[in-house]
Each structure stands twice: as structure tokens, then as C-alpha cells.
Design a protein around this ligand. Structure first.
Ligand SMILES: Nc1ncnc2c1ncn2[C@@H]1O[C@H](COP(=O)(O)OP(=O)(O)OP(=O)(O)O)[C@@H](O)[C@H]1O
Length: 269
């Protein structure tokens, strides 16, 4: 039997620990008593219908919001008891809510992340930052657009620049809120392929992806959280969690689920 102090040992690999978290606004609960743990080598998808609480949970994990009740610990730092300004650069965050300057080049959009600023205003960047920004744009398949103004890029190209920006600080955790929203089929498939590449990279940070669609789950993702009405319907290993029964409960209608080539497809039963 292990000594009692071992039971208190928190895994060094634990990057997110949410315990019984509730977020309340205007007397209604956006999420209610949610508990969730993410380890360094895990790749999570959070899935659920509109208003389920997915973005709220992601905002907690991104240290962009505090729980009203319960506790949230990210990268070993308990929210409310830590310096958020020091924690935030350790977390890559990409969401549609992020407004980036249209008149900046794609390269500068990425490189400025290392200074936790939006906009390149008189800061000096060293060559290593520039080289890293270019390597990330290349990894996301948009190196050829480095000198284009962000405002002139297509939606799909912007998404990829946003993800490169989120990776610029070499985060220990990468949070992506609906990166495929608004993309056409080709751009979505390209993004899913690149996220699958990221998921397979042992040096990549822990990943959490929010989406409405099982079709957007990249191969290589390991875990899933299904949410509805601010609560958890199911969570755990992807293959155990993404089932027709769980999805039907989550979306409130009978659904049929199929898989092909490590991808899921759902339709009304
Ligand atoms: N500041 C707020 N005050 C009151 N209600 C809010 C506030 N912010 C969000 N909500 C509500 O909380 C619920 C959860 O919102 P959240 O954005 O987390 O859901 P979501 O699952 O990300 O939804 P979607 O898929 O539509 O983006 C929604 O019903 C939303 O209207």
C-alpha cells in the first residue's frame, strides 16, 4: 500500500484541474459543478450544442475567467491565487472573439505574441523571434502569406495565422475555440489535417479544441468532453465517449454515428 502522503501528490503532468466549478452570471449558471482534468500529453475535444457552456469552460482553462464556486488550477497555478499576467503567456489561446489588427502583416501578427501585445509598435524583435514566427507560419502552411496584411487574408488563412500566433510563446497548453467555424470544406479539411499533425507531435502542448461537429475532430485526439446545459454529459477517452448514445443525449435528438479513416460522422437517426 502506498504511504498516505502519496495520495496527495499532484501529477506534474496535470495541466488543467477543474474541481466542481460553477460560473454564475445574472443569477443563471453558465456551467454547473464541472470537474475536469487534462494531462500534458492529452488532446481533448469539447463538444456540445449552442449555449452548452463550452466557451465558458475554455475561458476558465485559459485563465480568462474565474469560477464563482469551485476551483480551477492551470499549469499548477490556482486561479485567484496567482499572477494571471505571468500565467497567460504560458497558455496559447485562439478564438473568434480575438480581434487582430487588419493592417499588420501575418508575420507581425505572429511575432507580436511573444511580447503579449497586439500590434507592432516600436518594439524590437530579435531574429530568433522572427525565425520562430516564420517556422510556425510554415508549419501551418501559410509561410507564403507572411508579408500579406492580415485584413486581406481569407477566413481559413486567418485561422491558421491565429493558431501560429497562439503557438508563438511555446505554450504548455493550447486552447482552440471553434477554429473551423466559417471555413469552407477545403479549408476545414486542411485545418483538421494540420491539427492532426499537431496532435501527433510529441513536443506539442496539451491541446483542447472546442467544436460543434464530430466531423471536425482531428485524428489523434485522445479525449472528449460532451456538454449540455452547463453540465457534463460524458467525458473520458475519445473512443468511449463519442458514441451514438452519448451524442444523442448531448444534442437532444436520436443520432447515428459512423467512423471512417479515424474520422467521425453523425446524422439524424
Ligand atoms: N455574461 C453572461 N451573462 C449571462 N449569460 C451568459 C453570459 N455569457 C454567456 N452566457 C450564457 O451562458 C451559456 C453558455 O455560454 P457559452 O458561450 O459558454 O456556450 P457555448 O457552448 O460556447 O455556446 P456556442 O456553441 O453557442 O458558442 C449560454 O446560454 C450563454 O447565453
Amino acid at each position: 500500500m502506498s504511504p498516505p502522503w502519496l495520495d496527495w501528490h499532484v501529477s506534474d503532468d496535470l495541466v488543467i484541474e477543474v474541481e466542481q466549478a460553477t460560473v454564475t452570471r445574472n443569477r443563471s449558471d453558465l456551467i454547473r459543478s464541472v470537474s475536469w482534468q487534462v494531462e500534458l500529453d492529452e488532446r481533448w475535444v469539447i463538444l456540445g450544442p449552442n449555449g452548452a457552456g463550452k466557451t465558458t469552460l475554455l475561458n476558465l482553462a485559459g485563465a480568462r475567467m474565474y469560477p464563482t464556486r469551485g476551483s480551477v488550477t492551470v499549469l499548477g497555478e490556482r486561479l485567484g491565487r496567482t499572477n494571471i499576467a505571468e500565467l497567460k503567456p504560458r497558455i496559447g489561446f485562439s478564438s473568434n472573439g480575438l480581434v487582430l489588427p487588419a493592417e499588420e502583416t501575418a508575420r507581425d501578427i505572429v511575432v507580436t505574441a511573444s511580447w503579449a501585445v497586439v500590434g507592432r509598435f516600436r518594439e524590437r524583435y530579435d531574429r530568433m523571434d522572427e525565425a520562430r514566427a516564420m517556422a510556425l507560419l510554415d508549419q501551418l502552411g501559410v509561410a507564403g502569406l507572411a508579408d500579406r496584411l492580415y485584413g486581406t487574408l481569407s477566413e481559413g488563412e486567418r485561422k491558421r495565422v491565429q493558431i501560429a500566433r497562439a503557438l508563438m510563446t511555446d505554450p504548455e497548453l493550447l486552447l482552440l475555440d471553434e477554429p473551423s467555424a466559417g471555413l469552407d470544406l477545403g479549408a476545414r479539411e486542411d485545418l483538421v489535417r494540420r491539427l492532426a499533425g499537431l496532435a501527433a507531435d510529441p513536443d506539442a502542448p496539451a491541446l483542447v479544441l472546442v467544436t460543434h461537429h464530430v466531423e471536425e475532430i482531428p485524428p489523434g485526439f485522445t479525449h472528449a468532453m460532451l456538454m449540455r446545459d452547463g453540465g457534463v454529459v460524458a467525458q473520458g477517452l475519445l473512443r468511449d465517449t463519442i458514441t451514438a448514445e452519448n451524442l444523442s443525449k448531448t444534442f437532444g435528438m436520436p443520432l447515428h454515428l459512423s467512423t471512417a479513416n479515424d474520422r467521425f460522422h453523425a446524422q439524424g437517426a
